[in-house]
Each structure stands twice: as structure tokens, then as C-alpha cells.
Design a protein. Structure first.
Length: 329
């Protein structure tokens, strides 16, 4: 392994945020991480989440700093702090008001999904039986997100909706945390058709470490994971691949239930789990502490990727994507 410290960017986490965790991120060598600010929160509730993160940035300013532009990532590197990119896993922060796209971007919301599993005002989620594609409102929001430099994320959206978003957007978009359905046929994973369309428009996919999205679930080996990346690189090109771990460390059961159920259901929805497997899945043995990202780096080297390719996958592909996506037109 090179002695030069690699840029490491994790494209999605929702962990329990405190000093101990931020210290573990720093020890892991993380350069920047895209964190989930909200799932189902309204615009007003989202403002409270911003206030909470402003407090974190004040309390832990020796460890973390907010990212509002790609230049801030370079500042995070030089100041030896972790860059925090705030994102939304749903379109709920904008309610039904187009003007709130720009307002949320000004507050620091850099990435937003158009739907989270269910049908939204913008697009169909991947759990819906019928995929209606991008709605009239969704077309307007895509144009506005492009204008203000907010990145479109289609991780939880259905196939037709994802393909239409790719076609409609004037900017590359991401699938921040998912895997190819060829490797594992989870509803959240993406077809070769989607992956080709995404990368033909210069987009990026972050490979997920969430066991329900992996072959053999929690028993997925590091070799299996690297093999999945190698197969995908052969299909779409290595420059379109990153890591979006979907890591949710130290979170209680009620957080998982909020992700899955929000306020939309009176009955329990188990997502990709079941009544017999309703809790957090068992974490991967090689990705459950501060060594996880470097384990992937070493695994990619052992699998036959060279140093430059490992650096691309572990961080520089994300960095290059963010440089293009966060600039307002």
C-alpha cells in the first residue's frame, strides 16, 4: 500500500453522532462523509435537524466541519477535519413548494433523494408495485435542483423513475448507496440498464455495505464484495464507482422503525427484513469498526486493482463527482 494517505469518502451513513463516533471516523482516515439529515421530516422539522448539526459543528469543530461546496472538502483535508455533507433520503424537506429547494440548498442540504421506497410527490419508490415515473412536480424539482447545485440521488427510487430522472437531469446524478441487482436481487438494488444509463451521463454509484443488499447478507465476504465491484467496473467503468456504506452504527430499534415506517403506516413495515428478522442485520465482520474502509482498500488491492484504481473507488471518484455537482448554474 502507498504511504500517501488516500482520500476516503463514504457516500452514506446514519450513525449515532457524538464525539466518540467522530473520533472513530477520524481514526479510520475518513476525509468526508455524506450523512442523512432527514428521512420523512417536513420542512419545519428539517430546520430543527439543521440546528442540531450546527450545534455539532460548534461542539466538535476540532473534528468535523460542514461541506457547502467542493472547495470545502479540500479545506477539510488541509485542516485535518472530517467534512460533513448533509443529505435527505426523501423529498419531504421541500413539502410541496418548489421554492424550498433553493432554501434548503442555502441551509446546506447538498443531496436529496426524489423518493424513499414509497411513491412521493416527485417519483415512485422501489417498493411500489406500479412505477409511474417522474411526476409533473418532479420535473420542476429536477430542473431547480440542477440550477441551485443540489445533487439528485435515486438510491431508493424505482427503475422507470430512475431512468427518467437520469434523462431529465442536465447534471450527473448519483445512486449513493445500492448494489447491482445482478449480484443480489433486492428491491433496492439496480439493474444493468440503470447502471449503464447512470454512467453514460457521468453519474456514480456508491456500493452499499448494508447486509440486506449483499450476496449472502451478513455472511458476504470481503472477496465477494470486491468481486462484485470488479464485475461492475467491467460493465460501466471504474471511474463511476464509489462506496456508500449505508452504515447505521449504534442506532436503536426505533430509528430503524422510523426509516421504514415514518408516519405513513399503522401496521409495521419491515422493509427488506421480515417479522422473523425485524431488527438491524448482523454487521459484516470486516466492516463494523474504524478499520472498515481500509479493509476494503486492501481487499481491492488483493483482488487485483492497482493503487490508482483503489484510490478512485475509495474516494477520488466521489470527490470528482461532487466537484461537478455542487456548483450552481
Amino acid at each position: 500500500m502507498s504511504n500517501e494517505k488516500p482520500i476516503i469518502i463514504d457516500g452514506l451513513q446514519y450513525c449515532r453522532w457524538d464525539r466518540a463516533y467522530f473520533e472513530s471516523l477520524k481514526n479510520s482516515g475518513i476525509t468526508a462523509v455524506h450523512i442523512t439529515l432527514v428521512y420523512h421530516e417536513t420542512a419545519r422539522e428539517t430546520l430543527t435537524r439543521f440546528a442540531q448539526w450546527n450545534h455539532y459543528f460548534e461542539l466538535y469543530q476540532d473534528l468535523i466541519m460542514p461541506i457547502r461546496s467542493s472547495k470545502d472538502i479540500i479545506l477539510a483535508i488541509t485542516s485535518e477535519r472530517i467534512g460533513i455533507l448533509l443529505g435527505a433520503q426523501n423529498c419531504s424537506p421541500i413539502d410541496d413548494e418548489i421554492g424550498l429547494v433553493e432554501v434548503m440548498r442555502q441551509q446546506g442540504l447538498l443531496i436529496m433523494q426524489l423518493s424513499y421506497n414509497n411513491q412521493s410527490l416527485l417519483a415512485s419508490g422501489c417498493y411500489e408495485q406500479h412505477d409511474g415515473g417522474i411526476t409533473r412536480f418532479g420535473r420542476q424539482v429536477i430542473t431547480e435542483m440542477n440550477r441551485v447545485g443540489m445533487i439528485i440521488d435515486m438510491s431508493h427510487s424505482a427503475e422507470r423513475s430512475t431512468l427518467e430522472a437520469i434523462d431529465l437531469s442536465s447534471r450527473p446524478l448519483c445512486i449513493s448507496h445500492a448494489n447491482p441487482s445482478a449480484a443480489h436481487s433486492a428491491l433496492r438494488n439496480k439493474s444493468a440498464t440503470v447502471l449503464r444509463a447512470l454512467t453514460q451521463r457521468d453519474g456514480l454509484i456508491g456500493f452499499s455495505l448494508y447486509p440486506f443488499h449483499l450476496p449472502n447478507s451478513s455472511q458476504c465476504t470481503l472477496t465477494d464484495f470486491c468481486h462484485m465491484i470488479a464485475d461492475t467496473a467491467a460493465l460501466i467503468g471504474i471511474e463511476h464507482i464509489g462506496i456508500g456504506s449505508d452504515l447505521c452504527l449504534n442506532q436503536p430499534q426505533h430509528v430503524l422503525e422510523w426509516m421504514r415506517n415514518g408516519r405513513w403506516s399503522k401496521t409495521i413495515d419491515y422493509g427488506e427484513g421480515s417479522s422473523n428478522n425485524a431488527g438491524w442485520p448482523e454487521p459484516l465482520s470486516w466492516f463494523k469498526n474504524s478499520t472498515g474502509m481500509m479493509n476494503i482498500y486492501q481487499g481491492l488491492l488483493d483482488h487485483g486493482f492497482n493503487l490508482h484504481e483503489c484510490n478512485q473507488i475509495i474516494g477520488t471518484n466521489w470527490l470528482n463527482f461532487l466537484k461537478k455537482g455542487l456548483i450552481a448554474t
